[in-house]
Write a protein that binds this ligand. Structure first.
Ligand code: NI
Length: 432
């Protein structure tokens, strides 16, 4: 007998064919899938193993770009620009990271993400077998990429070998929750010949590619100096956009490059918090969306954000563009919500399996509490979610039909132990 769960709510934010809020609705979950979503029906409750009720049910957030284990460096190196931040602070401590550090750092990130309503994330880092283990144990959904650096021939080849075994060991594992991508870090750390090797492997093994692209003005200037082309044109000329690509940042783009990204259907992970904090700039979000580019939302790592809070990221994405464009209509609440959910599913090449509560989609959902002073009175649900809510309003989190958090208590992770381990390990790491 498959496990059958009934979720009833005052409001269901469903993301149907067209945008819809169902009032006094319900969702039926059988095993990991949604089999009914709509108005309440006469049912015999005895056929359900559980009945859950709440104020608002909506799809879980998809964090489309992060480096989960960087939670270990949260608050360690702040107020420094990207290249200096990487070269002087982050890369030296990252060189000391051991496998177990990555495991615990990732678990800390997963604790934070689940508590904030994130049910799926795209990660790029190293020792990814440990990241996969943390995802497998915690029950969250993730698309994982080993970060590849191609500046050193031996390290570059080792990274590709590790990626291959990661795919063999983990792709579509954990009841399909875990998928693998290839993760060439960026065009400035992966020269053209190496990127070509990555593309060849992506084609052979049929996996998407996750890369950082056009994050800073300095990156674009350096690329022009070395190759006579911008990073976007460089990787396009190499044929990268003929593959399934998730490109993080895309801050510094010309109008022609915006057209190109949209036309080639490159999935973009917009990271407004990290771009602001590292002083990298603001991505041309309005122009990208005008051209129908697929834009999702990410937090980037916790050392450059400094949290993994998708509610905050939605608000930043919307407010930043309104202020900069002097246009209150720019990025309405509905667009911000869609970027944080359904578009994330597309960006992770999950074929709208998540980020929506349609019949047939995976049961990755969250329940938000609405009976709180900062959410009263209720005129417009979408406006509340983007402009008034906080991630701590998330009360229950379900991934693949399994409840991972209830009444804000994590059910699959020993939160206290994770806090203890990460504090101890983080202090040892920065001591050197
Ligand atoms: Ni990043």
């Amino acid at each position: 007998m498959p496990e059958k769960i009934l979720v009833q709510a005052d409001y269901i934010l469903a993301w149907n064919e067209y945008f819809e809020i169902i009032i006094q609705g319900e969702i039926v979950i059988e095993d990991s899938n949604i089999t009914y979503q709509g108005p309440r029906q006469e049912r015999s409750l005895e056929s359900f193993s559980r009945v859950i009720s709440g104020d608002l049910v909506m799809p879980g957030f998809v964090n489309a770009h992060t480096h989960a284990a960087m939670t270990l460096f949260r608050g360690y190196a702040d107020d420094i620009p990207l290249m200096e931040w990487l070269e002087k602070k982050i890369w030296p401590v990252e060189a000391r990271l051991k496998k177990e550090d990555i495991y615990w750092g990732t678990l800390l990130a997963i604790c934070e993400m689940i508590k904030g309503g994130t049910t799926c994330f795209a990660d790029m880092y190293f020792h990814m077998e440990e990241v996969a283990r943390a995802c497998w144990e915690s029950g969250i959904r993730a698309s994982l990429a080993q970060g590849l650096i191609g500046l050193d021939k031996i390290k570059g080849m080792t990274g590709l070998k590790e990626s291959k075994s990661l795919i063999q060991n983990w792709h579509r594992k954990g009841d399909g929750r875990i998928t693998i991508m290839l993760g060439p870090h960026a065009s400035y750390t992966c020269p053209p010949a190496y990127l070509q090797k990555v593309m060849k492997m992506a084609e052979q093994l049929d996996v998407p590619i996750h890369i950082h692209l056009a994050e800073t003005r300095g990156e674009v200037e350096e690329c022009l100096k070395v190759y006579g082309k911008t990073p976007v044109n460089l990787v396009n000329d190499l044929g990268l956009f003929e593959h399934d690509i998730l490109a993080a940042h895309c801050v510094h783009l010309s109008p022609g490059e915006i057209d190109l990204l949209a036309e080639k259907e490159v999935a973009i992970a917009h990271n407004p918090g990290s771009n602001l904090k590292l002083g990298s700039g603001v991505a041309p979000l309005i122009d990208l969306l005008k051209k129908d580019a697929l834009v999702s939302l990410g937090t980037d790592g916790a050392a450059s954000n400094n949290n993994l809070d998708m509610v905050e990221e939605m608000r930043l994405a919307a407010l930043l563009q309104k202020g900069l464009g002097e246009d209150a209509r720019a990025i309405p609440a509905q667009t911000a919500l869609k970027m944080a959910t359904l578009n994330g599913s597309g960006a992770l090449f999950l074929d709208e399996e998540v980020g929506t509560l349609r019949k047939g989609s995976k049961a990755d959902l969250i329940i938000m509490q609405l009976k709180k002073p900062h959410l009263f009175p209720l005129h417009n649900l979408l406006a509340h979610l983007v402009y008034s809510a906080g991630s701590s309003d998330v009360d229950l989190v379900m991934v693949n039909g399994k409840v991972l958090m209830e009444k804000r208590k994590l059910l699959t992770i020993d939160e206290e132990r994770v806090l203890f381990e990460t504090q101890k390990r983080a202090l040892e790491l920065v001591k050197g």
